[in-house]
Design a protein around this ligand. Structure first.
Ligand code: ZN
Length: 56
């Protein structure tokens, strides 16, 4: 897998805290997703995206 932003190959699955806005509050939800180690671009799959929508 290659990063679409910086074209590097250093993409690793990491646990990150995703910021989700719920009304006037911001909550941090831990998710495991591939993250580019070079530029920090995050790659969401459909399931993760759905999960975050469910949280909202
Ligand atoms: Zn990158």
């Amino acid at each position: 897998m290659r990063c679409i932003i910086c074209h590097d190959y250093r993409i690793e699955v990491m646990e990150v805290k995703e910021e989700v806005t719920v009304g006037n509050d911001i909550v941090y939800v831990p998710v495991r997703i591939p993250v580019c180690q070079t530029c920090g671009e995050r790659y969401y799959d459909r399931r993760t995206f759905q999960f975050l929508e469910d949280v909202e």
